[in-house]
Write a protein that binds this ligand. Sequence first.
Ligand code: ADP
Length: 320
Amino acid sequence: MKKLAVLTSGGDAPGMNACIRATVRRAHNRGLFIFGVRKGYEGLIDNDFVELKSSDVSNIIQRGGTILHSARSDRFLTEEGRARAASNLKKRKVEGLVIIGGDGSFRGADALRIEYAIPVVGVPATIDNDLWGTDLTIGFDTAVNTALDAIDKVRDTAAAHDRLFIVEVMGRSAGFIALEVGVGGGAEAVLIPETETDLEGICSKVKGRISRGRTSNILVVAEGDEAGNAFEIARKIEDISGLKSRITVLGHVQRGGSPTAADRVLASKLGWAAVDALLEGAWPCMVGEINSEITRYPLADSWTKRKKLDPLLLTLSENL
Ligand code: ADP
């Protein structure tokens, strides 16, 4: 293998830049030429490639977002789109592709591998942490710390009033962020899609706290909770108990910001590991880290297997 390419795809996550940097530097380390592809699969289809030298990735380790830009691509879902992408890669003699993204991006990568025999390695980067095959995904730690900072601030104001605060965090189908933030922020309850939400129980818990003179009451809800989003939950809580809530929806602030040390280090390890996996013929795989060891699992595991929440964290969220 002499030429590689790297791209970022799907939802962006803090730490993607640190991962691009490590991928590029490891490629140079091993005597390879490497392209960056802009805007994910859109750039593959539109032939938007740029050579990345070692100096091109200087001073980006601390930056959020992605210097290569990310995108979702409907054209890549079509056979025609993938044919153009593969032809652009082949014309430039790219022999291996590193995809930094989530399970949707890995499905796309696997399609390229199956249809056009292009060696692909995925690096898990999503703030949601909902990918099987790695303890943590790049971006999760930063997103959790951003949300936690917001919760601490909400708690200051919650303690000054008698209102119930509902903080909505990201997580359309997974409660990893909510659970971590809820436990770390000392929330009274955490509402997540994986567990049944007992609003009656939550109302009586909060009312009990208020009657004991506790003024600060915070609920953390994942946006995809089956009982509804923060606004729907606030309405249901008022219907059940008469309690009025203040709502904070954190939204996209959770995706931004400078990556934490943990995310920078994980991104650096996995970018490095992705190049090694390609060179050692371990593709198609997703590189990850489990118990401090680098792992390589089949790409398909990332969408066929479901990562489980930590049962101890669930217990803590219900009992502390
Ligand atoms: P993420 O990688 O963050 O999960 P998405 O699910 O939006 O993000 O996927 C990113 C892109 O990957 C999509 O816009 C599409 O171009 C490509 N993709 C997703 N699923 C497939 C699929 N089944 N086949 C081919 N390409 C796919």
